[in-house]
Write a new protein. Structure first.
Length: 314
């Protein structure tokens, strides 16, 4: 296959834990051809959706892990698969990228995840479709409603709708001296919508990432355990990842969401589960491939590439 990875700059990759790199390495091992571009390289011109892309050769060395060819303009429809792996924030520019990818789909390009689904499945709000798996949740920009929610539940998490890696996630309890300024800052004085959720004490045991590939769950999660004094398990916030077999509840959540995600054109998703509760549905650039593989021996990238090959062939 000829694959295009739309990602962040390759020089920024931390290949010891980067899932996009794991995908590339698995693809290269199977003889597939790899190109890469950034979101800013996507264009619409002459009636075609194109990217200024570079061929990528994996060297097997560190830190110079790749060699890139000269940039060249290519139609997105000429690739067997276009993998959108740019990290959030999901800002206006990311939105424009999804429009360009959707135009490419109309011309025959196979984009994973599907462009419209990247827009439709907000990673925080998507849980609203599965209330049987969620704790009490409020989405609003109104300070009074957020204060009332805190008064009702006594211990809550407040977070923005467009960030990743635990950025700007706050735990709030009654009497917090910074309550007003946190609400004002996150909502930009009511101009921006945020999410509040009842605090889940099981975070101490980890924020589990469950990977769904073409509707099927990887049999292990990565429990991201918060650092001492932290309430965020995100690896980017200092959490420690521990691979664990899926629990019965994990498997139930995955089995319920898997077919829904597949039908929506979401080839790869990362479900975040704390205790027995679904907290997020990550669809932009889910990670944890390498950690799960290194700790369990289960080849997550291999499962991903098997599914991708079937999808393209089908």
């Amino acid at each position: 296959m000829k694959l295009l990875f739309v990602a962040d700059p390759l020089d920024h990759f931390k290949i010891h834990k980067d899932s996009t790199y794991a995908m590339m390495a698995e693809a290269a091992a199977r003889g597939h051809v790899i190109d890469a571009s950034e979101g800013r390289d996507l264009v619409w011109r002459g009636g075609r959706a194109q990217a200024e892309a570079r061929s990528v050769h994996l060297t097997g060395r560190r830190p110079d892990w790749h060699e890139a060819g000269a940039p060249a303009w290519r139609d997105l429809a000429d690739y067997d698969a276009v993998l959108m792996r740019k990290d959030p924030p999901f800002d206006q520019e990311y939105l424009y990228h999804t429009y360009l990818l959707e135009l490419a789909e109309r011309q025959g390009a196979k984009v994973f995840n599907r462009a419209a689904s990247l827009r439709d499945f907000n990673e925080k709000l998507a849980i609203a479709g599965f209330p049987q798996f969620t704790v009490p949740t409020l989405v609003t920009g109104r300070a009074k409603l957020l204060r009332d929610f805190l008064d009702t539940h006594g211990d809550i998490i407040l977070k923005p709708l467009n960030a990743m890696g635990g950025a700007s996630v706050f735990r709030l309890r009654p009497g917090d001296a910074n309550l007003s300024v946190i609400i004002e800052t996150l909502t930009r004085h009511g101009a921006e919508t945020v999410m509040a959720q009842r605090f889940i004490p099981e975070i101490k045991d980890g924020d589990k990432r469950i990977l769904i590939i073409d509707g099927e769950a990887v049999p292990y999660s990565l429990a991201r355990i918060p650092a001492p004094g932290e309430t965020r398990g995100n690896l980017a916030a200092g959490g420690t990842g521990v691979a664990l077999p899926l629990t019965a509840r994990d498997a139930e959540i995955a089995a319920t969401l898997g077919p829904v995600l597949k039908a929506a054109g979401i080839f790869l998703a990362g479900l975040d589960v704390i205790g027995d509760w679904l907290t997020e549905v990550n669809v932009t650039s889910p990670t944890c491939f390498r950690e799960i593989t290194e700790q369990t021996g289960f080849n997550v990238a291999g499962m991903f590439m098997d599914a991708l090959e079937r999808k393209v062939a089908g």
